[in-house]
Structure formats: structure tokens, C-alpha cells
Ligand binder design. Structure first.
Ligand code: BGC
Length: 417
């Protein structure tokens, strides 16, 4: 996103250049822009809505459908440009800084007294701008998961794959048993989610050099060519109907046994839970082959926009931030969302085995250096760079381009600022 350019235009048009003194007092209605529209996502955000309603606030929902939020971010720009910035919006990663630089966010430090000691340092840093808290974090999603329908796996006579060789064996067995091996959706972010999984399977150091440091040598390496080759091979196990398919419809294919496996972050678990499917019995969550020791993190957060006539955060904004980080909310939200609480020390006893595994794998990865930010989910790079890299991967996955030329294009795209 070109937030900078956008805000320049906005200011020139006299719409929003810092506080607008003449504006009216904020009402106690909170307008909330997010992209949580699937079954599991709606239930999870419903927990916040209920909490806020109980506290006397009126919830105005601006849900913009579209996984990973591309459409929501476009809608947000329109709202801000027209002088109708929402009370809070779902924004994460480096994009938080991009918005903060425009001077349109309000700090929420007055309710964040105990946050620092209750958050992983990597996350605490992301939600700060100019030394102040400007975002409230919900939960941690692990992106590098492979979901497997247990009955399909048993029917095919396969075992949970831990390497790509084993993965292709299972996929072949599923095919032979008449099961579509991989359910895949059709948006660019889903392509990038799979691609970054494969990058991670080459090791967390390789991932960090390629995706965090944007190191040209790594981006143009033979290993990166191998990554594209592996992605191409996995594509051979997709069905023909993936164009335009939403992620949750692909998850539904695994839930109802039409397909055997899906590469997806653990928000998919909210869909399994909604269909009354049990982890371990009906489906298996496994780390993507070759990524057992690593953890791609994706942390959702709300940022708070300066409201007309207000210099500081409104009571509604502070109530939102406080509620989001409260231990009770953290537990209830993640139980519905498929994630784990971002707040440290929240009890995990009500969570399923996948969430418990996510939690212990997270602790291990943090210690071993395998805890890495997801590019596909806006945690690793700013919008322009991530967008250019996404275009390359999507073009590759939707054409017959060869891996070497995709790698050259990727290295070039990584220079985009
Ligand atoms: C968000 C999740 C969301 C998923 C699919 C991700 O980028 O972090 O909260 O469930 O997109 O919409």
C-alpha cells in the first residue's frame, strides 16, 4: 500500500492533517473494520463484539470479505480518505508503522501498563510506533501447517509426511484412492502462503535471508530455484477448480473428505471446529514437511485511528484495547479462531492438541531462532515489497513460467520499496 502517497493527497485535499479541532465529540459507538467473515472468524470477532456490547458500547461492523485482508485494506484507505476513519481497524506487521507515520493513529499506552512483560519481545516491538503502543494484539497464528483429513489418509494407507518425498508419496496414494490430494484456493495470498512454506522447508536461516533480509544471493540461489520447482510439483496435485476459490471453501473440501490435505494457517482450525471436527480424530494438523522446528508467525492486531475532534484515544478505543489483551478474551477469541493467545501465561488447558503443539513449537522456535514472520500475512515486509513478491509468485503459479526466470523476477521484485 502506498499509505504515504495516499495521505499526502488526503492532506492536500484538506481532509485530514492531524487533529481537526472543529470536529464533534466521538460517540460511544465503535466502528470496526476487519476481514473476519468465514464461520470461525465471525465467531471469534463475535466474542469481542459481545464484550464491548456488555460494556455499553455500540458495535458498528465493517467486515470486508476476502482472506488475508487485501480488500479490507483498500476499503480502509477509502474510509480514511473520505474522513471517516474507523474507530479501530485490523492492521498488522510493518503496515502499522506505515499508518503511524501518517500521524493518524492514537496511542493506547494508558491501558498497556503490563503488556511488555506479557508479550514476546518480537510482537511487542511490532505494535509500537515512536515508543508508544498503537496496536492491540489478538493472538498468534502459525502459518506453516498442513491439514490432513484422517479418514482420507487412512483410506489411502499413508502416513503423516515429514519430508517432501513423503508428501508426494502420500499425495500419490490419495490420488490412487480417488481422493483429490490437495485442496487449494485461488487468491494470490494463498499462492504466497504455499510458496513461503516451501521456502521455510529449506531452513529458517534460508527463509530469514530470503524473506526478511531480502538478500540477493539467497534470492537468486539454486535453492530458490528448487523452491519454485517444488511448488510446481505440488501444483500437480491441485484440482482444476481453484480459480477464485476462497480459503475456507478449500478447507471445507478437506473437512468433508473431498480432498485430503490443505496448506493453510491455523485459522483453518476455526472451520474444522465449526463443523464439529476434532483434531487428532477427524483431522491432523502437521507442520509443513521440513518445517517441524520452525514457526511462521502471524499476529493480528487492531490499530486505533484518531477520531474527529479528539486528540487522544477515546474511551471506546481504550476499552477495545484493554479487552483485546485481557486474559479471558485472549482465551475465548483463540478457542474460536484456531490461534493461540499472544499474551504469555494464558492457560492452555481448554485448547486442542493442535493449539498445544503450536504453543510448545512456538517456545522451541523462539529459542532456536526458528521463529520467523510470515510474508504472505503482512508480518515480514511493507506493502510495496510484499506486493511485488506476491505478483511474481502468483504469476509463476498461474502460468508455465520456468523456475529460473521466476527467481530472476523475484530478486528484482524484492528491490521494490
Ligand atoms: C489473518 C487471519 C485470517 C486469515 C484469513 C490472515 O491474514 O491474519 O486472522 O483468518 O488471514 O482471512
Amino acid at each position: 500500500m502506498k499509505v504515504r502517497k495516499l495521505m499526502g493527497a488526503l492532506c492536500a485535499a484538506g481532509l485530514l492533517c492531524g487533529a481537526t479541532a472543529s470536529a464533534v465529540q466521538a460517540a460511544e459507538a465503535v466502528s470496526v473494520l476487519h476481514w473476519w467473515t468465514s464461520g470461525g472468524e465471525s465467531k471469534a470477532v463475535g466474542v469481542l463484539k459481545d464484550d464491548m456490547t456488555k460494556q455499553g458500547y455500540t458495535w458498528k461492523d465493517f467486515a470486508v470479505a476476502g482472506g488475508a485482508g487485501a480488500a479490507a485494506m483498500t476499503a480502509l484507505k477509502t474510509q480514511v480518505i473520505s474522513g471517516n476513519a474507523p474507530t479501530a481497524a485490523q492492521i498488522k506487521g510493518p503496515l502499522i508503522q506505515e499508518w503511524a507515520e501518517q500521524g493518524v493513529l492514537v496511542p493506547i499506552d494508558s491501558v498497556a501498563g503490563d503488556w511488555k512483560k506479557n508479550l514476546p519481545p518480537e510482537i511487542d516491538k511490532i505494535i509500537h510506533a515512536d515508543g508508544k503502543y498503537v496496536a492491540a494484539p489478538f493472538s498468534v497464528h502459525r502459518v506453516n501447517w498442513l491439514y490432513i483429513n484422517k479418514a482420507a489418509l487412512d483410506k489411502a494407507g499413508g502416513k503423516v509426511p515429514t519430508t517432501w518425498a513423503e508428501f508426494f508419496q502420500v499425495a500419490d496414494k490419495m490420488k490412487a484412492a480417488g481422493i483429490q490430494p490437495v485442496a487449494m484456493g485461488g487468491q494470490p495470498w494463498q499462492d504466497l502462503t504455499l510458496w513461503e512454506d516451501v521456502v521455510l522447508s529449506e531452513g529458517a536461516d534460508f527463509y530469514k535471508k530470503a524473506i526478511v533480509d531480502l538478500d540477493q544471493k539467497t534470492l537468486t540461489s539454486d535453492k530458490m530455484v528448487q523452491v519454485f520447482d517444488t511448488v510446481r510439483k505440488i501444483q500437480g496435485y491441485f484440482d482444476n477448480g481453484r480459480t477464485g476459490r476462497d480459503w475456507n471453501l478449500a478447507t471445507a473440501m478437506v473437512i468433508n473428505g473431498k480432498a485430503g490435505m490443505q496448506f493453510m494457517g491455523d485459522w483453518a482450525k476455526g472451520e474444522f471446529a465449526g463443523a464439529n471436527k476434532k483434531a487428532g480424530t477427524d483431522y491432523i494438523c502437521a507442520a509443513v514437511p521440513g518445517t517441524e522446528k520452525s514457526y511462521t508467525f502471524n499476529v493480528d492486531s487492531f490499530v486505533f485511528f484518531q477520531q474527529k475532534g479528539q486528540k487522544a484515544a477515546t474511551p471506546g478505543q481504550l476499552a477495545l484495547a484493554k479487552t483485546i489483551m485481557s486474559p479471558e478474551f485472549q482465551e475465548q477469541f483463540s478457542l474460536n479462531k484456531g490461534s493461540i493467545p499472544v499474551r504469555l501465561g494464558v492457560k492452555m488447558d481448554k485448547f486442542d492438541d493442535c493449539a498445544k503443539k503450536s504453543y510448545s513449537d512456538e517456545q522451541t522456535a523462539i529459542k532456536s531462532g526458528g521463529y520467523v514472520p510470515s510474508l504472505a500475512h503482512g508480518m515480514a515486509q511493507g506493502d510495496a515489497t510484499a506486493g511485488a513478491m506476491t505478483d511474481v509468485v502468483t504469476k509463476f503459479m498461474n502460468s508455465s513460467q520456468d523456475s529460473k526466470s521466476a527467481v530472476a523476477a523475484l530478486a528484482n521484485a524484492a528491490k521494490t520499496k
